[in-house]
Write a protein that binds this ligand. Structure first.
Ligand SMILES: O=C(O)[C@H](O)[C@@H](O)[C@H](O)[C@H](O)COP(=O)(O)O
Length: 325
C-alpha cells in the first residue's frame, strides 16, 4: 500500500489534496485506501523496528527484475513526504538516518549506508550537528557509493571527494569502513573490483544478504534523482537499467558528465532495506509529475520508478519538486 505523509502547515493542506489525487492515480487505489499521516517522526512511524516487509510484495525471480516487475514493486511500497523547504528535508533526513543507524547498529552491529553524488550530500548536513553528531555510533558505519565517476579521488567530479569534503571528514567513521572505488582502474575494472569488495563484505557479514533476491541488502541507500528521472547512473532508456545479474556495472556514455562511471544495478538497489530518495527543485518537477502524478501515463517508467526497497522506499520532496502535481 502506498502511504503519504505531509507536514501540517497551510502549504501542506493545499499540497495534500493535489498529491492525494496524484498518488491515487499512480496506485490505482481508492483514496480511502491511502494512509495519510501526521508528521510523526517516531521510529514506529518511520517503519524503524517493524518486521521486514519483503513478504508484502512477492514476485517470482524472473519478474522481480523486469521493468514491469520493478515498477509494480515501486508503486506498492511508496511513501511520499513533501516539505516546505530543503532545510526541513535536511532536518527530517537526519532524524530518519539516525533512527535507522540506531536500529541497525543494535540489530546487526553495523550500519551499511550508500551515498549518491549531487545535492544529496549537502542535505546530510544536519547529521553533523547536535544531537546526532555525538549520539550516532559512527564507528559502526560502513559507507558505499551507489555510483561513482571514474576520475581520481581528488578530482572535482569525484563523488567520494564531494562526500569527504562536506560530510565524511567531519565524522569519526573509521577510514577502513569507507569504500571508495579503485581510481587506478578502468571503468570496467573499477566496477568488477567494487563488486568483489561487496561480495567479500557479504561473506564476512558486514553487508546483509537478501533472502528474497540473493543480492546484497544494504541497510540504507540515500539517493538523489536527476531532472530526467535518473537515479545512481541508471539513465532513462539505457540498457543498463535492464541488468539483472551483475551487482555493479560500468557506463562509458553517461548523458550526465563525466561519461565514465560505475553504478549499482537495479537488483542491488531494489534489495535494500530502506531507500530515501531526496528530490528538490523545480527542475525535477516534470520527472516527479511523471513518477508520482499523471504525467507517466502510457510512458516507459523512469529509472526512479523502477526503484524499490524491501523494507521502505520513501520520497523526500520539497514543494518546488511537486509544483506540477
Ligand atoms: O554521480 C551522480 O551524478 C549522482 O549520483 C546522480 O545520480 C545524482 O544523485 C543525481 O543526478 C541527482 O543530482 P542532483 O541532486 O545534484 O540533481
Amino acid at each position: 500500500m502506498a502511504s503519504l505523509s505531509l507536514s501540517s502547515s497551510p502549504t501542506f493542506l493545499r499540497t495534500r489534496s493535489t498529491i492525494s489525487s496524484s498518488v491515487r492515480s499512480l496506485c490505482g487505489l481508492p483514496i480511502s485506501k491511502l494512509s495519510f499521516r501526521s508528521p510523526d517522526r517516531s521510529p514506529a512511524a518511520l517503519g524503524v523496528g517493524k518486521a521486514d516487509c519483503s513478504r508484502r510484495f512477492q514476485l517470482r525471480p524472473t519478474e522481480a527484475f523486469s521493468p514491469a516487475g520493478m515498477a509494480a514493486a515501486a508503486a506498492a511500497e511508496k511513501k511520499v513526504e513533501v516539505f516546505d523547504t530543503e532545510e526541513n528535508i535536511a532536518v527530517s533526513l537526519a532524524k530518519y538516518t539516525a533512527d535507522l543507524s540506531d536500529k541497525f547498529c543494535k540489530e546487526r552491529g553495523s550500519f551499511t549506508v550508500v551515498l549518491s553524488g549531487g545535492s544529496l550530500i549537502n542535505s546530510l548536513r544536519k547529521l553533523l550537528e547536535p544531537p546526532y553528531k555525538d549520539s550516532i555510533d559512527w564507528s559502526k558505519w560502513h559507507v558505499f557509493w551507489v555510483d561513482e565517476r571514474v576520475v581520481p579521488k581528488n578530482h572535482e567530479d569525484s563523488n567520494y571527494k564531494l562526500a569527504l569534503d562536506l560530510f565524511l571528514s567531519k565524522v569519526p567513521i573509521p577510514p577502513g569502513n569507507v569504500y571508495a572505488i579503485n581510481d587506478a582502474l578502468s571503468a570496467e575494472g573499477a566496477a568488477d573490483d567494487y563488486e568483489a569488495c561487496l561480495k567479500r563484505l557479504v561473506s564476512s557479514g558486514v553487508i546483509a544478504k537478501s533472502k528474497a533476491s540473493g543480492f546484497p541488502k544494504l541497510d540504507l541507500q540515500l539517493l538523489g534523482m536527476g531532472p530526467d528521472g535518473h537515479i545512481a547512473s541508471l539513465f532513462p532508456g539505457h540498457p543498463l537499467c535492464k541488468e539483472s545479474k551483475k551487482w555493479v556495472t560500468h557506463i562509458l556514455d553517461s548523458p550526465k558528465p563525466p561519461p565514465q562511471r560505475i553504478t549499482f544495478t537495479f537488483p542491488v538497489i531494489n534489495s535494500s532495506a530502506y531507500i530515501a530518495l531526496v528530490v528538490c527543485g523545480s527542475d525535477k518537477a516534470d520527472a516527479v509529475h511523471r513518477a508520482l502524478g499523471s504525467g507517466g501515463n502510457n510512458k516507459e517508467p523512469l529509472p526512479c520508478q523502477l526503484a524499490s526497497a524491501e523494507g521502505e522506499f520513501k520520497w523526500f520532496l520539497d514543494k518546488a519538486a511537486t509544483s506540477k502535481l
